[in-house]
Design a protein around this ligand. Structure first.
Ligand code: PGA
Length: 252
């Protein structure tokens, strides 16, 4: 049995006041982490404030991180700092970072290794464009992303890793992959991991769906066999909506 994980990806939204307001609203009401892992991934300058107030059942994640410990990399955030301030998760290889900041699979691979070195759980994002989906190349493309991103990892790390399958055409567009489509692609991802590592690790690893997840469609998505949670942008910004999503995962 895989424990569901719901992660809010706030992207470049929320000031400090807004983020703290959210935390005051939700942290007492988040369901027990015995049943669901609940996470919010925020902009770097607010992470420490959120960690201090996260409570027992909510965890805090970053949205990106460099793969080196230190160096002359203006504007970057390091894993030692994230570890130091108590951040639990980091989103890596989000399609927006791949598209706007040219992040490659090789860099994402180095970042995943770095996250594990510092005890931060990586949420690796993969997903195809509409063009790839329509030309029937989704599985080959995603296999390519997964093979490179997971290079050099061990089975124990695979069991801890979280993958978020996010079709690019479904992010922020209101278009959701059908639950069957999302589940089929997620099964394929699990098969790739099974081939690369072993059955036990592939079965233990959690794979989320992401792309226009909201209270109205979360139950159907989470009812699928291989969908272990969701990475949620827009619908994670509002406390009430976030709580509906994490509570939906308790029923899984
Ligand atoms: P969305 O974003 O839920 O707003 O579609 C998902 C994501 O980018 O992780």
């Amino acid at each position: 049995m895989r424990k569901p994980i719901i992660a809010g990806n706030w992207k470049m939204f929320k000031t400090r006041d807004e983020a703290l307001g959210f935390i005051y609203n939700v942290n007492m009401n988040v369901p027990s982490s015995e049943y669901v892992d609940s996470v919010v991934c925020a902009q770097a300058p607010i992470l420490r404030d959120l960690v201090k107030r996260q409570g027992d059942n909510l965890k805090v994640g970053a949205q990106n991180m460099h793969y080196l410990d230190t160096g002359a990399y203006t504007g970057e955030v390091s894993a030692p700092l994230l570890e130091n301030i108590g951040v639990s998760y980091v989103v890596l290889g989000h399609s927006e970072r791949r598209a706007y900041y040219n992040e490659t699979d090789n860099e994402v691979n180095k970042k995943i290794h770095q996250a594990f070195r510092y005890g931060i759980t990586p949420i690796l994002c993969v997903g195809e464009s509409l063009e790839l989906r329509e030309s029937g190349k989704t599985n080959d493309f995603i296999k390519g992303q997964v093979v490179v991103a997971l290079k050099g990892l061990g089975s124990e790390q695979i069991k801890e890793l979280v993958i978020a399958y996010e079709p690019i055409w479904a992010i922020g567009t209101g278009k959701t992959a059908t639950a069957e489509m999302a589940n089929d692609t997620i099964k394929e991802i699990r098969n790739v991991v099974r081939e690369l590592f072993d059955n036990e690790s592939a079965e233990a690893m959690r794979i989320q769906y992401g792309g226009s997840v909201k209270p109205a469609n979360v139950d159907e998505l989470l009812s699928m066999s291989d969908i272990d949670g969701a990475l949620v942008g827009g619908a994670s910004l509002d406390p009430e909506s976030f709580l509906i999503l994490v509570n939906a995962a308790v029923k899984k």
